[in-house]
Design a protein around this ligand. Structure first.
Ligand SMILES: Cc1cc2nc3c(=O)[nH]c(=O)nc-3n(C[C@H](O)[C@H](O)[C@H](O)COP(=O)(O)OP(=O)(O)OC[C@H]3O[C@@H](n4cnc5c(N)ncnc54)[C@H](O)[C@@H]3O)c2cc1C
Length: 514
């Protein structure tokens, strides 16, 4: 019996064209191929997308080095570790432990390329055709048979026309640039350019204190840069749990980071040694005032000028949706240029779906992949669960890490969710004490009547690994009683999750009795 699919193909093989080969695109391609579609992925830069080539994978690989440095720095004295001889520990640290950034960055790039290669192999093995080039929707709109045209501008200048029963746009986003802070790839950098550095920035100014800014600020500080973090808001990580952000900001400051709150960067300029001081020494520290050589100057909105050797701009991203024939094809964009989608990834144009950062729904690789898969289930008539953002687990890869799932303190405060919370500082956890961990906590939210767990926050080293039981609880509507009754290993940091659940359970019982 012929199958009538959501994109209207009667029988035969459904043709799917995916523009963009990041997590939104390649995960969708794998699903569509499994479901028997004829799939083509068009990608400009390489499969894996920005997630693999410039964003997620590179930054977490850099952070792997930073993590080792932080663990060493923050615990060697207390844990009785001797570096080499009986030189006092602090001098040993300066003498023995350091980072070769050139080597770190070569490793970063090697891993990224290898992962892109692995993804290409698994996608092609699944029977997907991969085309290198820039994809856009053809001007003709929908044909009489319901199909759409996708045009591919190949690197050699040729243009190929493809027909598709359904199109998925998964083109991601790129770093936002400010007009008066143009990156030059050497001193003023976007997060995609930092991996070309051969030497550690001596004094790095990070503009932007969202997740990307905080992660890079923490990482560079850990590997040896002196870091200034410029934040336009009251505190770092304005979108995260306020208690978690407070812990991180406190840790950043304690480790010597200059965190400048309520400071908006207006301009960033490179001051060249040649133009400023032709006779002068070339290193920034060598001049009379310390800033004669090549350096950067960041001017804040109150006129303050701060100087560093490098500046990293982390001021958000712009969706890759321009000049793709989207609006002409009936795909509605919002004021930020993001594609409007519903919970099954449909755009406003029939047969055109969108997934990932180009939709701005939740800028995470895991969400992009889920949106892409959902689009294909829907387009190919498979059973589909609409996207549920309240079960998304996310993590800020700083030290300590901040992992979050479900409803947040902000949701409770604004009345979006009626929940009670408990917060247990890690200071009281036996494993944390043994490991010399003092900063962090586990926070749980549950419904007051039923005790169903609706959210949680973990601030701890490797919080990304510790959030999973809470994530399972939120996803499966488990109660605090159920979470509390499962065994945890003694001693373990995850013991605090069970303890938090126990405390909420006791409180719920007391509330019920009173
Ligand atoms: C520094 C940083 C760190 C991050 N770390 C994490 C993390 O740890 N965990 C996490 O979950 N998320 C992380 N993210 C977010 C994550 O990288 C994105 O959410 C994810 O990349 C989105 O996937 P995507 O498929 O939408 O787009 P992308 O990964 O951006 O892929 C889009 C692809 O489409 C291609 N493309 C664009 N236009 C066209 C066109 N017209 N034709 C053909 N191809 C085109 C691009 O070249 C690219 O290959 C991080 C982001 C940043 C900036």
């Amino acid at each position: 019996m012929a199958l009538l699919t959501a994109c209207g193909t009667m029988g035969g093989v459904t043709r799917i064209v995916i523009i963009g080969g990041g997590p939104g695109g390649y995960e969708a391609a794998l699903v569509a191929a499994q479901l028997g579609a004829e799939v083509t992925v068009v990608d400009r830069d390489g499969l894996g997308g920005s997630a693999v080539l410039t964003d997620c994978v590179p930054s977490k690989t850099l952070i792997a080095t930073a993590e080792v440095m932080t663990t060493f720095d923050s615990s060697y004295e207390e844990l009785g570790i001797i570096v080499a001889d009986d030189t006092p520990p602090l001098e040993q640290q300066a003498r023995v432990v350091g980072v070769d950034l050139g080597k770190v960055n070569r490793r970063v790039k090697r891993l990224a390329i290898a992962q892109s290669h692995d993804i290409t192999q698994s996608v092609t093995r699944a029977g997907v055709t991969v085309l290198r080039g820039r994809g856009r929707l053809g001007a003709g709109g929908q044909a009489v048979d319901g199909s759409r045209e996708v045009l591919v501008d190949a690197p050699d200048g040729s243009v190929q026309s493809l027909r598709a029963d359904a199109v998925l746009i998964a083109t991601g986003a790129h770093p936002r640039e400010l007009p008066d802070a143009q990156p030059d790839g050497e001193r003023i950098l976007t997060w995609t350019q930092v991996y070309d550095l051969e030497e550690l920035p001596r004094e790095l100014i990070v503009v932007g204190s969202g997740v990307t800014g905080a992660e890079f600020a923490g990482a560079y500080q850990a590997i040896g840069s002196k870091v200034t973090l410029v934040s336009s808001r009251d505190r770092v990580l304005p979108g995260e749990d306020p208690d978690a952000a407070e812990v991180l900001e406190e840790v950043f400051r304690r480790r010597g980071m200059n965190v400048m709150s309520r400071s908006r960067a207006e301009t960033v300029k490179r001051v060249s040694a040649r133009t400023e001081a032709p006779e002068g020494p070339s290193s920034p520290e060598a001049g009379e005032e310390g800033w004669v050589g090549d350096h950067v100057e960041v001017t804040l909105s109150d006129g303050t000028v701060i100087r560093g050797t490098h500046c990293l701009m982390a001021v958000g991203s712009i969706p890759n949706t321009a000049d793709m024939g989207l609006e002409e094809a009936g795909v509605k964009l919002n004021d930020w240029g993001q594609i409007q989608v519903d919970r099954v990834s449909r755009t406003t144009a029939p047969g055109v779906y969108a997934a990932g950062d180009c939709t701005g729904v939740f800028m995470l690789a895991s969400v992009a992949a889920m949106q892409g898969r959902i689009a294909m289930y829907h387009a190919l008539g498979d059973a589909v669960q609409p996207l549920n953002l309240k079960t998304v687990a996310s993590n800020v890869f700083t030290d300590p890490e901040i992992a979050t799932v479900g409803y947040t303190a902000a949701d409770v405060k604004c009345g979006k969710m009626d929940a009670v919370e408990v917060k247990l500082p890690l200071r009281g956890n036996p494993r944390a004490k043994m490991q010399g961990i003092r900063d962090g906590f586990v926070k749980l939210f549950c419904r007051p009547g039923t005790g169903i767990v609706v959210g949680g926050v973990v601030v701890a080293p490797r919080a990304s690994e510790l959030i999973h039981p809470i994530s399972l609880a939120v996803d499966a509507n488990l109660t605090v009683e159920q979470v509390a009754s499962a065994f945890t290993v003694y001693p373990s940091v995850s013991g605090s999750t069970a303890e938090a659940a126990r405390q909420l359970h006791i409180r719920k019982r007391a509330d019920g009795e009173s």
